[in-house]
Structure formats: structure tokens, C-alpha cells
Write a protein that binds this ligand. Sequence first.
Ligand SMILES: [Zn+2]
Length: 522
Amino acid sequence: MQKTDFGNLGTCLSNCNRRFRRYLVNATILAIGAAIAAFMLINLLAMRELSNHAAPPKHALTVILGVSIIDTTAGGRLHQNQMVEIEKGYIRYIGETDSKPVPANATVISGRGKYLIPGLWDAHIHTLRLSPQLHFPLLIANGVTSVRDMGDACSWSSSLDCVSDHQNWTKQIDAGVIVGPRIIQTITYHLEELPDQASELEQLISALKNRGEPFLKLQLDDQTPNAQFERMMQVAKEKGLSVAGHLPFAANLAGSSYAFASLEHDLYLLVQCSDARMTFNGKNNAKLALLAAYNKEQCAFLLADFVKKGTAYVPTHTASTGQDLRYAVGLAETDLALANQYVIAPQRWVWWLLRKAGKASFAEQKTLADMHAAALQLTLLAKQAGVKVLAGSDALDGDVVHGFGLHDELQNLVAAGLSPAEALNAATLEPARHLGLEEKLGSIAVGKMADLVLLDANPLDDIRNTRRINTVFSDGRVYDQAAIDSALGYVANQSQSLTVTSRFLRGIWYSPPNKAIASPQQ
Ligand SMILES: [Zn+2]
């Protein structure tokens, strides 16, 4: 019996093996064939022309009547029943309604029962080559009229060839060929690894300085030793290039001779304010230890140093500790619906994986909630210490949708303890100040650019009312409800487009030759 069994098994094994090998070979051939076909199809589809969404024409003269203006520079004082005259994108007159006749050729917009705030800024977004199709219209539709682009991913693999994209976008936005905000500052290179040789580092920093990068964006390994970090900061200082971004956990900024232009993401301030920062590794237990070892004096010293050196703080709560917490407890239905509506499939798949990876046990959820609460407290502390706190969403990061993400961040700032007027300041006047543009932007005054948002409800009563957008004024263009809906509809459509999806996929493996370092003047 046993013998027969073994015999059968032996026959089966050799037969099965042969059969299995045949299946394997066939399946491999099929898979390779399918991959080649998919690759060719994606490349073919990606060659098709992209569609653009044209902006409405620029208005020569617009008058808003009967509106309540929110003065974010004066703690949110309300000026009721105002008329605002906008000529060629600039505010020419502000006064009581009927304080002067309305010019005959003006387009009149009723502001009765509505609230006017300065155009919003998002001080931390990321872009792709497909941003005119996927992101910019969402920003405008959400009242975001100025952005600071923290760069990197014009294509996924090449960060150094994006300069021309940004220049083109600015021209196209100005010409109305595409809908988009003012791209105020753009960084197109992330330093993620320190070169071995000091000479290479000097060459890199000189090249970035020569091509007019506003600062060097740091995204180094969090465990980079302080000595290496200091050497890098010294070279940047010598070459006259400022530095911003993530901070290695061991970095000692306070009291040093060098300055950070801005610290991004709340996690890095939490770490800097703790005695446990040298041993922090991001694990759950380490998070508890990090919070337990909070050092109040060290934190106050660091924040005072920020004030002295003009370092801005961009907590991006939504994408940093806020995201960890949202992933741990599960995303709200509304957030999922937003991603489904406006985000292309491959990116949604990546976000889905991130969500899966971010699911946490109940104990971990508690820790992440504590981390988020502590991060919010530090933002209030920073604000009270006089640090420039800027609202940034980190859009493009997991489940942060352009435009919509900024309103989430405003809610986070109010949850931190900022007043609604202070939160609005963080998304209007403060970024304008930080970037030296307060004479032109960031508040509502005669002579300033008329980047404005008309709201259907008062954001000082409830910061969520910044979402109740009636009309957006940007660079002389007026986006009424129909124009806003059309911009949103365009992105919803583009996010389903095979051409756009193919270009996105192609961006993962294809990028133009990297020439920026070799010829920095380009
Ligand atoms: Zn970012």
C-alpha cells in the first residue's frame, strides 16, 4: 500500500513538476507580454495632448457692494457695508457703499450678507508636471490664490528639471491659458543625502544658489549626526543659500550661528522640544518617551531663537501628526469621497497602501492622539512666542487634496488655540510678510493686489466657513460660482482621464535628462 502510494506520488511529482514548469513558463511569457503591451499602451496614451482649462478673462473694473470686510491685520475687525473697487487686479478704492458713484463700465457684484477676506495662501504644497490638470484649479476653487511650492516631484524621479515648468506655469497662468494661483516661491530640489565629499556639497550648493533657488530644502535622514548637519549648514551659510525643511533629530539650531528659513512639519518641533530626541526612532514607545521628556525651557529657547532669526514655522498638522492620527483611526467618509473625486487612480492606490500601513492598535491610537494634541499645543506656544506660524497643507502627501487641505489646516490652527482671525492671518498676512510681499499681498487695502475671497458666511464665527466660497478674485480674474464649479468639474474629469493617468504612470519611469547640476545657469 505504502509502496504504491509512494510510486503514485513519485509519478505525480515528476508529472506535476513538468506541468508546473510549463505553466510557469507560459505564465511568465504571458506576464512579460502583458507588461510590454501595457508599457507601450501607456506610452502611446501619454503622447496624446493634454487638455487645458482656460481662465475667465481679466476684468478691467469690478465693484463689490455692501460687503463686510474682515480686517485680518486688526484681529479680524469687521467693516460692514463696504464698497470695494478693483481695477486691473488692484484695489483702487474702499469705502462705505454709496460713498461714491459706481462707474458705468464696472461689473457689479453684490456682497450683501457676505464676507470678504484676502486670498488664501498655502505655504506648503507639492506639484507634479500634471498640476495644471490635477491641482491648480482645485486651489483656485478653494480660494487659494498664492502658494509656496515645496517642489521635488515635477516628475517622480527628477527634481532638478522643474524650473522651466514653473516658469511656463507662471506665464500660462498670467495669460489665462490655465487656471492657477500665484506661485510665489518654488523650490525644485530636496537634499535627501549628504554628499561624501565636501567639494561635492559645495558644488551642489553653489549650483542651486546660481540657479536662483530660494533656499535649500532639507529632507535628510532624520538620524543624520549633528556634526554632519552643522558642516552642511556652514557650507550653505558661506555660499549664501538659506536652508529650510526637515531637521535631523540631533540638530542643534538654537544658539547656533546659522538660521533656518522655515521649519516644516509639527513632528520636527515636537522632537526638538524633547530631551528624548537623540533616541527617538518614530516607534510607538519612543513617541511616549518623547512626550514624557518634553523640555519646556529648551522649547522656549528654541522658539525665541526662531523669532530672533526670522525662522517661520509651518506645522502642516493635517499631513504630519494629524495624518498619523487619521490613518490610525480611519479616514472620514468625506475625505475618501474627496480623494475618489479629484485624485487619479495610481495615486489613490498609493494612498490606500499608506492608509493600510497607518492603521494602528487602540493603544497606538491614544499615543498618536497625544502626539497630535501636543503638536497643536506647541503651535500655540510658537504663536505666543512671536514665531511666524504659516498655514501649509502639504498637499500631494497622503490624502491631502490640493485646496481642500488648506481648510483642514485652518481648522487645525483654530483647534491649536489660535483665534479664527489669527488662523486667517497664518494663511494671508503672515506668509506675505515672511516672503517680503506684504506691501502687495496678504491683506485688503487700497493699492494692494485684489486677490480676494468672498464668503457666504463669517469665518470669525466658525473657521469652517472659509469653505463657503462664493467668488474668488485672483490676479484680475473673477471666479464666480459657475467658474468655480467648472474648475472643479475639470479636475474631476482629468482625474479619470486615461491620458493624464498614463502621463502620471510614465512619469514614474521616464524623466528628461538631468542637466541642472552640470549647467546651473539654465
Ligand atoms: Zn511636503
